[in-house]
Ligand binder design. Structure first.
Ligand code: ADE
Length: 261
């Protein structure tokens, strides 16, 4: 396995790059790619920046230039459903581009000429990610996030969800908008700005991928309040610990199966 790890924001990537064993940095297409070992896994870490084009460019480069065999995207998202709370974790089972609309030529949300509206993630990666997130929530959360920050963001027993994530080139910050998306896309758990673009690239290139999101806001009028504080003190730590759990879990499963990664 050569794992490409994409983060949308610098704060989420920093800890991973610091944890890398003998990393070397390569510049390509205005991005820095850090190649090295991360908890015994051959890895390439990169910041995509924000939005679908940025994410698609990054995912394509990881595969075509850096030869990654799997891609993992970590970041934050707005809640797409009233049952999802700030601090919860969503592991994508599938992704949709919620701003795709080539109707009446193609059905609303369908990516033209792929025949697909929703792109499924790799089921083993989704399972490994969900297991990693569950281990983090059960064993590490309390010791990792400052008590004051847990109180500020009301992180009271955060939960793990698996299902549909919607991506679009919009920071969703109006109640009516998120409600209409949730109505139009049954099962929608979270909204963000990159995942479904990575999904389309990985689908077209035949690369297994997973998407993990920490819920940072309710995609309403308050969505931008304390956003960067949440990213720094909560989401960056979630991402670091869950990626570590993912890598360690992946290694352990290879060792017990008698194969190396
Ligand atoms: N990422 C985090 N919160 C978001 C929101 N409300 N809309 C889009 N992307 C997000």
């Amino acid at each position: 396995m050569r794992l490409g790890i994409i983060s949308a924001l610098h704060e989420e990537q920093q800890g991973l790059v610091e944890a890398m064993h003998s990393p070397h940095k390569l510049m390509h297409g205005m991005r820095e790619y850090f190649v090295g070992r991360l908890w015994k896994i051959d890895a390439v870490c990169v910041l995509s920046r924000i939005g679908k084009v940025a994410a698609a460019m990054t995912a394509t480069t990881l595969v075509e230039k850096f030869g990654v065999t799997h891609i993992l995207f970590t970041g934050v998202a707005g809640a797409g459903d009233a049952g999802i709370r700030v601090g919860d974790i969503v592991v994508a089972e599938s992704l949709v581009q919620h701003d795709m609309d080539a109707s009446p030529l193609f059905p609303r949300y369908e990516v033209p000429l792929t025949g697909l509206t929703q792109f499924p993630t790799d089921s083993s990666m989704a399972l490994e990610l969900a297991n990693a997130a569950a281990r983090f929530l059960d064993n590490e959360l309390a010791g990792t996030i400052d008590a004051q920050e847990r109180a500020v963001f009301a992180l009271d027993a955060p939960r793990l969800h698996r299902g549909l994530i919607g991506s679009g080139d919009q920071f969703v910050n109006e109640r009516e908008h998120v409600q209409s998306l949730s109505k139009a896309l049954p099962g929608l758990l979270a909204v963000e700005m990159e995942g479904a673009a990575v999904a389309q690239v990985c689908f077209e290139l035949g690369v297994p991928y997973g998407v993990l999101r920490t819920i940072s806001d309710n995609a309403n009028e308050n969505a931008a309040t304390d956003f960067m504080r949440f990213v720094k003190s909560v989401a960056a730590r979630y991402a670091f610990c869950i990626v570590r759990q993912f890598c360690l879990g992946h290694q352990a499963s290879k060792v017990s199966a008698g194969t190396s990664s």
